[in-house]
Design a protein around this ligand. Structure first.
Ligand SMILES: [Ca+2]
Ligand SMILES: [Ca+2]
Ligand SMILES: [Ca+2]
Ligand SMILES: [Ca+2]
Length: 721
């Protein structure tokens, strides 16, 4: 109740601001008109006649016999360029309206000059010549309760959340990157980013151009999928983003829509995917023009876009009417708008539980479930390589089952069954309270139904706020740079990168950011230098997870055997593999106690030498680390162990992770071997020449954004290798 009344107050404030703004602009335009009339009557007769004609036309179009509905497709404001004169098609859904007009800078904010015509199905449309991109506008909707000025429900750009809609021309942006492919789900390493606090900027919120400046850093870190927190226009400039006021518009404080395109373009040039974060379980609640959009409502509810019954509210704002075709299309088109127009590689869908249920435990909303299925079917039909991730947090594998099986059809979902028990173990004050069976169960958890069907992490925006803190901070509040915090938080990161699942880190986790996430607290980039070693550990872990060194293919595979649990010594070990064999079978050993251990026996799937590929206790990662004497080890079949045919003795430092595999690391592939066939030859030259001058990501060997003579030089000097 409190929340609702706050919403109303804020909306009243908003409409007061709007109407005062409107009055002043209307005054301005009427002053302009009368001065024009004065000029006409005191000037030439022809001009006066023209003015009278214009006035007559305006008057006639109020009654609208001359206006016609648009024959062009699309909802919202869509610029057209032929036949001349160019203009913009306006179309809006207002089924209870008796009249709709569009007012904007192109008609001096006239509430009468440009009526839309009813199409007989609840939609209204008109083509307005000379209404160009960057013009501001609003719809003037006359409904059951009088006339209201509303932003376009599908405004693709706004001056701000209580400002005006702005005509956006999507054709303006010239994409430069080509040849980019979204990573396979089993190769993805996600990096959750909040645009407003990520980029280094003197003031908050940082614009997305500042985030773009850090893309080389992220490429070097090795992540290949940025999961953006919500960027749809929200009230003000500082927010987590889970209060979208205008779902089709890029947050004006972050930049304009083309800035988002440039970010995606530059990320793709570096081999990095970009995901959106879509909030459909509610809209608003503040600055919400679609609230009672055409004036109609029941039970004082939200009107055409919202439920007006027991389903009307979520804990965060009013719930859209998932049963109404036009609202379903509004949501579906919104999802595709971001995927298609901005070339995003997928989405996280926020709070799906509140799309499928009225409250935490029910009752169910069947049409919410079918909406989720439809969204996933649409993406699968058009671009199945794009990833759809649910934030449902219920360990419900129906979320990730296919729609054909009756599931919601998501490719993956955030896994509460990993983060909560793992953090419990990492944050416990005493080693004796660390339960190794909890670690085992979190790692082998298949509640989502498959290794890429869950996203695993120890930090996300939700888990490091809302009264919780970053893992190093939770381990030792006020002393996040302590040895304990460094050791156990990185042990958690090692588990994230070696467990079956799509790993994710939260911005700044990789340089030991402390405290908790707040939209009013910029990421502290000075810690990148302070904790450069920790940062390089994250880089090494990500390289292992993605098999970039060619020695750990198993970490991308589906298979796991969690074969060793010692809850007394607090040691666990597990086996990961894809096809098995050298450079594929991976053995992960973890010590969750403060005591380093020597000559500790671990079961191995095969005899022979197992090489250390990673040791989190290396003092290159931090000078306070013990650099425990961990060595390559020889496994023999003389002592079968842990249910495996062989075993070996290993040394492992305190709170440390060691990763083993067999075989000799292959030489790094030449970046000039464009087709990756092992040789730099004429076929690579052909690829390069045919991409000459473009931003093709394959042929751009030095990643400077263009294929040119520099790349040719690199290729020729590697010829034959
Ligand atoms: Ca805003
Ligand atoms: Ca899919
Ligand atoms: Ca080649
Ligand atoms: Ca280049």
């Amino acid at each position: 109740m409190k929340r609702v009344s706050m919403m109303r107050t804020s909306m009243m404030r908003t409409s007061m601001m709007k109407s005062s703004m409107m009055k002043s602009s209307m005054m301005k335009s009427s002053m302009m008109k009368s001065s024009m009339m004065r000029t006409s009557t005191s000037g030439m007769h022809a001009v006066a006649r023209a003015a009278v004609l214009v006035a007559a036309t305006l008057a006639a179009s109020v009654a609208s016999p001359l206006a016609a509905q648009s024959t062009r497709p699309g909802v919202g404001a869509i610029p057209y360029f032929s036949p001349l004169p160019a203009g913009t098609t306006f179309r809006v859904w207002a089924p209870n309206a008796t009249a709709v007009r569009v007012a904007g800078t192109f008609n001096n904010w006239s509430a009468t000059a440009n009526p839309l015509v009813s199409e007989g199905n609840g939609f209204w449309s008109v083509d307005v010549p000379f209404a160009y991109q960057n013009s501001q506008y609003k719809f003037v909707i006359t409904g059951p309760n009088g006339t209201v000025w509303r932003n376009d429900a599908r405004a693709r750009r706004l001056t701000n959340s209580v400002g005006n809609s702005v005509i956006y021309n999507p054709a303006n942006y010239q994409w430069t990157t080509s040849g980019y492919a979204t990573p396979n789900f089993n190769d993805m390493v996600m990096y959750e980013m909040h645009i407003g606090t990520f980029g280094q900027n003197p003031t908050l919120p940082a614009p997305i151009t500042k985030a773009r400046e850090k893309l080389d850093y992220l490429k070097d870190l090795g992540v290949n999928c940025i999961a953006l927190m919500p960027f749809a226009e929200f009230p003000g400039g500082m927010s987590w983003g889970y209060n979208p006021a205008h779902p089709y518009a890029f947050e004006s404080a972050y930049g304009n829509p083309d800035d988002l395109k440039a970010f995606v373009d530059a990320a793709h040039a570096r081999g990095i995917a970009v995901l959106g974060d879509m909030v459909y379980n509610h809209f608003g609640p503040s600055d919400l023009d679609i609230w009672q959009y055409d004036g109609w409502s029941l039970n004082n509810g939200g009107g055409i876009y919202f439920y007006q019954d027991f389903r009307a509210n979520t804990p965060w704002g009013p719930r859209p009417d998932f049963g109404r075709g036009e609202v379903r299309s509004y949501i579906r088109d919104n999802m595709m708008w971001w995927l298609d127009e901005f070339r995003l590689d997928g989405h996280r869908i926020d709070g799906t539980k509140f799309i499928r249920l009225v409250d935490f435990t029910g009752p169910e909303i069947p049409e919410g479930w079918s909406l989720l299925q439809w969204l996933n079917n649409e993406v699968n039909a058009q671009s199945p390589w794009k990833i759809m991730v649910a934030e449902d947090m219920d360990s419900n594998n129906w979320i990730t089952r296919t729609t054909g099986e009756g599931g919601a059809g998501f490719d993956s979902q955030w896994d509460p069954g990993f983060v909560h028990p793992v953090r419990g173990v990492l944050e416990a004050g005493s080693d004796s309270d660390r339960n190794m069976f909890a670690i085992r169960d979190a790692v082998i958890n298949t509640a989502s139904g498959g290794h890429t069907r869950r996203v695993v992490y120890t930090e996300s925006h939700d888990e490091v706020a809302n009264g919780r803190t970053r893992v190093p901070e939770s381990i030792w509040p006020g002393n996040a740079a302590s040895w304990f915090s460094k050791k156990r938080s990185t042990l958690g990161a090692a588990l994230v990168m070696t467990t079956p699942g799509i790993p994710m880190i939260f911005q700044g986790q990789e340089f030991l950011e402390d405290g908790w996430f707040s939209d009013a607290d910029a990421l502290d980039w000075s810690k990148l230098a302070t904790h450069a070693g920790i940062n390089s550990m994250y880089r090494d872990l990500i390289r292992l997870r993605r098999n970039l060194g060619g020695v750990s293919a198993g970490l991308r595979g589906p298979s796991i055997n969690f074969h060793h649990v010692n809850n007394g010594a607090k040691v666990v070990a597990f086996h990961r593999w894809q096809n098995g064999g050298e450079l594929d079978d991976v053995i992960v050993v973890m010590n969750f106690s403060q005591n380093g251990i020597n000559n500790y026996r671990i079961g191995m799937p095969r005899s022979g030498q197992w090489r250390v590929r990673f040791n989190s206790d290396w003092n290159g990662y931090d000078s306070s680390f013990a650099n425990w004497g961990t060595f390559d080890t020889n496994a023999t079949t003389t002592v079968p162990w842990d249910g495996l045919p062989a075993s070996a003795l290993v040394n492992i430092g305190p709170y440390s992770c060691v990763v083993f595999s067999q075989g000799v690391a292959p030489p790094p592939p030449s970046p000039a071997d464009l087709d990756r066939d092992g040789q730099v030859n004429s076929s690579d030259l052909g690829i390069l020449l045919s991409a000459w001058g473009s931003g093709n990501v394959v042929a751009d060997i030095n990643d400077d954004g263009v294929v040119n003579s520099t790349d040719l030089g690199i290729l020729l000097s590697a010829w034959g290798s």
